[in-house]
Ligand binder design. Structure first.
Ligand SMILES: O=C(O)CCC(=O)C(=O)O
Ligand SMILES: [Fe+2]
Length: 350
């Protein structure tokens, strides 16, 4: 069975560190020379990530399908509204994740990463002791397929959060299918040509906790990266700004919009669409006043599958831009490296 491998060095909790009244960030978290933080209120002329209405998409609204197509080609990111996920499901998830991060550290240790395992609390992509760390704790779990779950993680998450999490995961898988189905139409592909890659998809959840920091300009919450999977559905839990995407060389803040999901294209969808839809570099910044919480839910084709440009999207004018690669190979290669912008997709470029 093709499994997700990967390891990351064990690191201490930043949430605990930030509770101490420090005025200076420890050296291991100082990132010199990073691009300055731009807050949306200091620059109102910045363009905004497109907003897409799922209800309109599902009623075959041609204009909205075009809007989706533009969003995926030009932005790789959009905010999804009217998604019809029951607000109580989202609300329960928000409350649950806040309480989960606020458990006493002794409780959380039961969920901490162990050597050679990236699921649990900790950080990802830490490959050396010299590497600068992020100003954040994260909790990563695989949710689907079921065999990729760890017995000591989801089954021991306190109730009712565990049940709320299960419900949430299933709802997001439904959104995945609706979005991919609409993309297939927008790209004028054959029915099921793209969707078939998402039968029984792999799904993983990354919950991010970014504590406030006395020197926010010196730290980074999450290094610039593109997501390796196919489609990420992100929930900005507490409406604190921090997510930024790189567009035309500028960092653009994504304003938290209530009742919306932020959707972004990952590398695997860029490969499948032969580069027509693109994964976009993004990062999370920190501020000095408020904690920030987000939940990224990643979706990918099954580990045993192979992905390459879909035949209909290869033409004389647009020859194949990528080689075919196994999903497990792509993902495992990604997990072994430091996060570094959008550079990893180069391994499959022709
Ligand atoms: O915290 C955020 O808004 C971004 C999270 C993210 O990009 C990720 O977990 O891959
Ligand atoms: Fe991401």
């Amino acid at each position: 069975m093709a499994m997700m491998k990967g390891t990351s060095l064990l690191v201490p909790s930043v949430q605990e560190l930030a509770k101490q009244a420090i005025t200076k960030v420890p050296e291991r978290y100082v990132h010199p020379n990073q691009d300055p933080i731009v807050a949306s209120n200091t620059n109102n002329s910045l363009p905004q990530v497109p907003v897409i209405d799922l209800s309109k998409l599902l009623s075959d609204d041609a204009t909205e399908l075009e809007n989706l197509d533009h969003a995926c080609r030009d932005w790789g990111f959009f905010q999804l509204i009217n998604h019809k996920v029951n607000p109580s499901i989202v609300e329960n998830m928000k409350i649950g994740v806040e309480q989960f991060f606020n458990l006493p550290i002794e409780e959380k240790k039961k969920f901490w990463q162990t050597p050679n395992d990236m699921q649990g609390f900790g950080q990802l992509f830490v490959v050396s002791d010299e590497q600068k760390l992020e100003w954040a704790d994260m909790f990563y779990i695989n949710t689907f397929p079921l065999y990729s779950r760890h017995p000591h993680l989801i089954p021991t998450i306190p109730l009712p959060f565990r049940d709320h999490l299960e419900t949430y995961c299933l709802e997001l898988k439904k959104i995945l299918v609706k979005i991919i189905g609409s993309m297939e139409k927008a790209l004028k592909m054959k029915t099921n040509e793209l969707l078939e890659f998402f039968e029984d998809p792999g799904q993983g959840l990354r919950m991010n906790y970014y504590p406030p920091c006395p020197q926010p300009e010196n730290v980074i919450g999450l290094n610039p990266h593109s997501d390796s999977g196919a489609l990420t559905i992100l929930l900005q839990v507490n409406e604190v700004e921090g997510l930024q995407i790189r567009k035309d060389g500028m960092w653009i803040p994504v304003k938290p919009l209530s009742n919306a999901f932020v959707i972004n294209i990952g590398d695997m969808l860029e490969i499948l669409t032969n580069g027509i839809y693109r994964s976009i570099e993004h990062r999370a910044t920190i501020n000095s006043k408020n904690e920030r919480i987000s939940i990224a839910t990643f979706h990918r084709p099954q580990m045993s599958r192979h992905i390459g440009p879909t035949p209909t999207l290869i033409t004389v004018e647009r020859p194949a831009l990528f080689k075919t690669i196994g999903v497990a190979d792509y993902l495992n290669g990604f997990m072994l490296r430091k996060l570094h912008g959008k550079s990893y997709i180069d391994v499959v470029k022709i």
